[in-house]
Ligand binder design. Structure first.
Ligand code: SF4
Ligand code: SF4
Length: 438
């Protein structure tokens, strides 16, 4: 059973009885605060509550704000909207709530219902606009980063003050990878193995298409050695998560429709994604597109998988040999992996393939690192202390490497390690596996 069988069927997904009922028609499920028992079980695991220690910065308080907006059609104060904006959407609250509040769905509906909002900082508007486009503009983003790196401009940008205002330019500059970007992976690669096992298309995403090319090259290397021809999924769009997280549900729906069509048109046996954040948002497509007559029927459940699951469960991996590596690595388990895909165990199974590797979870990995899509740019007062806790843990572990399967978490952690003067590299687990291929 792949993880879409888990995530797309509410009875086994952590999605809820309430949402089951809502699935009967096309109306969105609207919460009733009485369904929240106010037990507070969700509060202690909430990263934003940990930092702000205020009821509205935790899930219990936010559920009440959802109810006021969605059911009672009340307006919220600026402070209440700020409390909602600060949510990193880590979804730890969903995993623990005995009433099974469909927190992420309610959050998205509430942001969508917001009548007006302060204009986002220019940097964020530009980023969202770029990522809503596919192909050329995303590749241009990668080209721009390459030019910044090659020209030495990155050093200059890094000296911009990291202001705690919502202007994100200084913070965005500090997130750029310190190592030179690789060119995008080839559009199509033919297997080098004696036995051909099929064809895979890679969903490379938006920011990752520009900034995580090393992981895509690693995926191509592993998969072609295993016996698969590998293509880049044609006509793909951003998964849509970043827009939904900013209340731009129409843009998110447009991306979802386009990805569903791209996957339906693909001739590959499977479509694999490598960023856990994208995979987690794919599982929201049914709820996002509920009642949308223009959405094509989706065969995503049977065709899409996380590359980590695909590799860990693939018997053909026994045909590959991996060079030993005497190193200590700590694994940061992104919230999208822990709380939505719930496949973090597969990472450790994969890493077991590398002889000599000392692998442990990053201490405190059950709490969000604060990246939260773009929250690391827009909510620095919350994102930085959460990130610094992770940097403390990585430093204390004396790890040689930090692994993370979600690009935004990796960028956020990398910038924290660099600011601390540490040279510890952060990479995707698949990259480490490909590096050690014999
Ligand atoms: S999604 Fe995460 S940050 Fe948001 S309320 Fe739930 S636990 Fe808190
Ligand atoms: S865990 Fe669920 S029921 Fe308990 S306070 Fe949080 S939202 Fe309400």
């Amino acid at each position: 059973m792949n993880r879409f069988d888990v995530d797309l069927h509410p009875a086994t997904s952590g999605f809820t009885a309430q949402e089951d009922a809502a699935d009967q028609d096309t109306a969105p499920y609207i919460p009733d605060a009485r369904e929240c028992m106010t037990c507070g079980a969700c509060v202690s695991g909430c990263p934003t509550y940990k930092v702000r220690q205020h009821e509205n910065f935790g899930p219990r308080g936010r559920v009440r704000l959802f109810e006021r907006v969605l059911r009672r059609q009340e307006g919220l104060s600026d402070g209440e909207w700020q409390a909602l904006d600060a949510c990193t959407l880590c979804r730890a609250c969903e995993t623990i709530c005995p009433s099974k509040m469909p927190y992420a769905t309610l959050y998205r509906q509430t942001l969508e219902a917001r009548e007006s909002r302060a204009r986002e900082p220019l940097v964020i508007r530009l980023l969202l606009g770029t990522l809503a486009q596919s192909g050329a503009r995303q590749r241009a983003l990668g080209g721009l980063v390459t030019v910044i790196q090659a020209s030495g401009l990155q050093g200059l940008l890094n000296r911009l003050p990291v202001s705690t205002t919502r202007n994100g330019l200084g913070r965005m500059a500090k997130l750029l990878p310190a190592t030179r970007l690789r060119r995008p992976a080839p559009r199509f690669s033919i297997t080098s193995a004696p036995t051909r096992r099929g064809r895979i298309d890679l969903f490379t995403g938006c920011i990752a298409s520009a900034l995580d090319t090393a992981t895509h090259h690693a995926a191509v290397k592993l998969l072609t050695r295993l016996g698969y021809d590998v293509g880049l999924l044609a006509d793909q769009a951003c998964c849509g998560a970043i827009h939904a997280h900013h209340g731009q549900a129409d843009e998110a729906r447009a991306s979802a429709r386009r990805n569903i069509e791209a996957i339906a048109a693909s001739r590959a046996d499977r479509v694999l994604h490598s960023a856990s954040g994208c995979g987690a948002f794919f599982s929201e497509y049914p709820s996002l597109l509920k009642g949308d007559a223009t959405a094509a029927p989706s065969d995503m459940a049977s065709r899409v998988a996380d590359i980590i699951d695909f590799l860990a469960d693939n018997d053909a991996l026994d045909t590959l040999r991996f060079r030993p590596l005497t190193a200590r690595v700590v694994v940061h388990e992104p919230c999208s992996q822990r709380n939505v895909l719930r496949n973090q165990a597969a990472v450790y199974r994969l890493l077991d393939r590398i002889p000599g590797l000392d692998v442990t979870p990053l201490p405190g990995t059950n709490l969000c690192c604060g990246a939260g899509g773009t929250r690391m740019l827009t909510e620095p007062e919350i994102a930085r202390p959460l990130r610094d806790d992770k940097v403390d843990a990585a430093e204390a572990s004396e790890a040689d490497l930090v692994l993370s399967a979600n690009l935004t978490c990796a960028l956020h952690l990398s910038s924290g390690l660099r600011e601390r003067g540490l040279t510890t590299e952060v990479m995707h687990p698949v990259q480490l596996l490909a590096n050690q291929l014999a």
